[in-house]
Write a protein that binds this ligand. Sequence first.
Ligand code: FAD
Length: 429
Amino acid sequence: MIGNERAALADSLWTATAGASPLCPDLEGTAQADVAVIGGGYTGLSAALHLAERGIKAALLEAESPGWGASGRNGGQVNPGLKEPPAEIEARLGASGQALVRFAGSAPDLVFGLIARHGIDCAPHRPGALRVAQNARALDALKAQAHDWRRRGAPVEMLDAAGTARLLGTEAYVGGLLDRRGGNLHPLDYALGLAHAAQAAGARLYGDSRALAVERRGDGYSIRTARGSLRAGRVLLCTNGYTDGLWPGLAQSVVPVVSVQVATEPLPPGVAETILPEGHSPSDMRRLLLYFRRTPDGRFVMGGRGAWSDRGLRRAMQALRRASGALYPALRGVRWDFAWGGQVALTADRVPHLHRLDQGAMAALGYNGRGVALATAMGAQLAQWAAGDPEDALVVPVTPLQPVAFHRFHKLGVTLAGARYAALDRLGL
Ligand SMILES: Cc1cc2nc3c(=O)[nH]c(=O)nc-3n(C[C@H](O)[C@H](O)[C@H](O)COP(=O)(O)OP(=O)(O)OC[C@H]3O[C@@H](n4cnc5c(N)ncnc54)[C@H](O)[C@@H]3O)c2cc1C
């Protein structure tokens, strides 16, 4: 169970298997900090940690507990790069696109570096990120991506059908792209590890402390919670797919989408080793992509697009179980122990955003479902700015806040787009 969450999304394997959470009291009375961080996922925790390491007093307000949002529920894939291939981003965004591509390509180094430096116990494994093609058309797209990345010096290689089948343990895919920069981890343990590290470095973390209002006070800000208030010179908003109405216009700049996962019981000996034998965590090239992995305790986990209604969620989860059995017939009779999900944030241009909201306020969000590495890296960017570095010293361009068109109808839009994508996927287009 994940705290204050819809039952249909709350039955998380990661919550059931995570280590100890740090003690995070709720904010009572008045507190003061140099920087207030709102949201306790990877973005906020990374920002708080990087600030504290620079000797800056950071206080983080989390509505629930650290890692409660997508950071504690995701697939644990540490993916290099952005949603779109490098050439497309660079063609669209020019020099800032090139910087963004480099930034996203190196984000896994930051994640695995933090894990090593702080001794975070989150089952890190770095066999490379594996993207697999379900048909010849998808394979062509992967080949173009591999060419793109190789030209930029990235350690990527194409795998033929046999090589892909060897890493997957199924012959369902026709080829793959292995990017040595990526890997996987236990997502909630990684979030909790960042939280412990931030506290050890001197950051204060408050749980059960939703920020209800942010007001300008002199040359700083006052942030109100149910039982207290926090005064700070700068404010960082790190609420991604759970962004509420706290800052006008921020929620309208992204489209929240539900992603779900299902996990089996620990697989019997003899079965577990045949599936993803080297511990890769692939995702495929469908528009509504499937992503899957094994866990250190030998469970199989499958993820994909969710839905807004409980009925839609149940159907999505059942479809994932069926897809797992189709890929790996050995899974057909197994027990499915967990089913859960969470919200990611999509942006209209499919790249993450840094928005300067006010003189002393900045937000980072919109990882398009790839936030394990990106959110960690964006948190570091926020920290750099809040510590006093000028905006133009940041790698990620700071852009104006812009509403997504027809945002009011986003649930309908996502549902209709999902149906269209599913049809195109079925046709192999
Ligand atoms: C099912 C699923 C699978 C995914 N799989 C992958 C994957 O394998 N690889 C990958 O790279 N990415 C994956 N993602 C995406 C990734 O998890 C996210 O991009 C990333 O965790 C975002 O981190 P964040 O800190 O920005 O946001 P979150 O972790 O969502 O944290 C936001 C936090 O803000 C808090 N909050 C909101 N409003 C307030 C307020 N007013 N006051 C205080 N706190 C507030 C929320 O409680 C929440 O804890 C997945 C996501 C989901 C849901």
